[in-house]
Design a protein around this ligand. Structure first.
Ligand SMILES: [Zn+2]
Length: 298
């Protein structure tokens, strides 16, 4: 994909005219897409938002659905400029509520009350209009196609702070803080296996158990047909994954197992349901919180 650079004329530097005007002078100016600069701004939903760059890409939440899920993404583009332009330009049909920069600055593009367009074709726990039930957060990272760098700690700290606020305000359950790959396992890898879900969980964001160690032993894999495969599919579905309940370890079952590993057992991503994968899944199911009380304490 071709991406614009900052000298293409698509951007203007943010400065005193930035919507929120809170950029510190030592920070690099934010590349505000020109189209966004002419849009009506709005008050950010979170007090830690540093800039508002309004996107025209949003609509009504279906039947007034209130968001009770957070979906985390990476932008998967070579630079911030290109990512912000894509999310804030009419016609691209993509957006997110928030964008978290590598230096920890947080940009809001869509008010939380509105339905942003970040999840695409996706499903979780029997629901398939994920955009209507979620808040979408894009994390600036080049992604698997562009070298997939580590997430800087400063950026992760900002993601945690942002999520904690949303969780507190909207009483979001830990098991409903998910990655794009969880809700669209056949299409998406983001935020990917380098995303430190354990660090988020240590700070009260998301559901996590220490993954069981990878050991030699029996596995279920592509082609297996058995009751054990059906049990695996049922367990994945009970956790929320969209997976066929056929007893056959087909390609889509393998994709879902890979997505599960990317989030919960990142030491090995092979789509094979080994002892570690099955044990980790069972431990997650056994520890499913039923309310938000373990999250909200400061
Ligand atoms: Zn995504």
């Amino acid at each position: 994909m071709a991406h614009s650079s900052s000298d293409s004329g698509l951007f203007m530097s943010s400065g005193p005219s930035t919507p929120s005007g809170t950029d510190s002078k030592r920070q690099r100016a934010l590349p505000v897409p020109k189209a966004a600069a002419t849009m009506r701004t709005f008050d950010p939903d979170s007090s830690i938002v540093s800039d508002v760059i309004p996107s025209p890409n949003h609509g009504d939440r279906n039947k007034g659905r209130q968001p009770d899920m957070i979906v985390l993404h990476y932008t998967g583009m070579p630079d911030v400029e290109g990512a912000l332009a894509r999310l804030c330009t009419a016609g691209t049909e993509v957006s997110a509520h928030y964008v978290v920069l590598e230096d920890g600055r947080i940009v809001q593009c869509v008010p939380e009350a509105r339905r942003a367009w970040h999840a695409g074709v996706s499903s979780w726990a029997g629901e398939d209009d994920i955009n209507s039930c979620s808040i979408g957060i894009e994390i600036i990272n080049r992604g698997h196609d562009w070298g997939y760098p580590e997430y800087p700690l400063r950026q992760i700290a900002a993601v945690i702070a942002l999520c904690r606020g949303i969780i507190l305000r909207r009483k979001i359950l830990p098991q409903r803080v998910l990655g794009h790959s969880d809700v669209a396992p056949a299409r998406k890898k983001d935020p990917g296996e380098k995303f430190p879900w354990h660090s988020l969980a240590n700070s009260g964001v998301g559901h996590w158990v220490t993954p069981a160690p990878v050991v030699r032993g029996e596995t279920l894999m592509l082609g297996t047909i058995s009751d054990a495969v059906l049990s695996l599919q049922q367990a994945l579905a009970r956790y929320g994954y969209g997976v066929p309940l056929t007893g056959k370890y087909d390609a889509s079952t393998m994709e879902v197992v890979t997505a599960f590993q990317r989030h919960f057992r990142p030491a090995r991503l092979d789509g094979v349901a080994d002892h570690s994968t099955l044990t980790t899944l069972q431990a997650l199911l056994a520890s499913l919180p039923t309310d938000g009380t373990n999250v909200a304490s400061k």
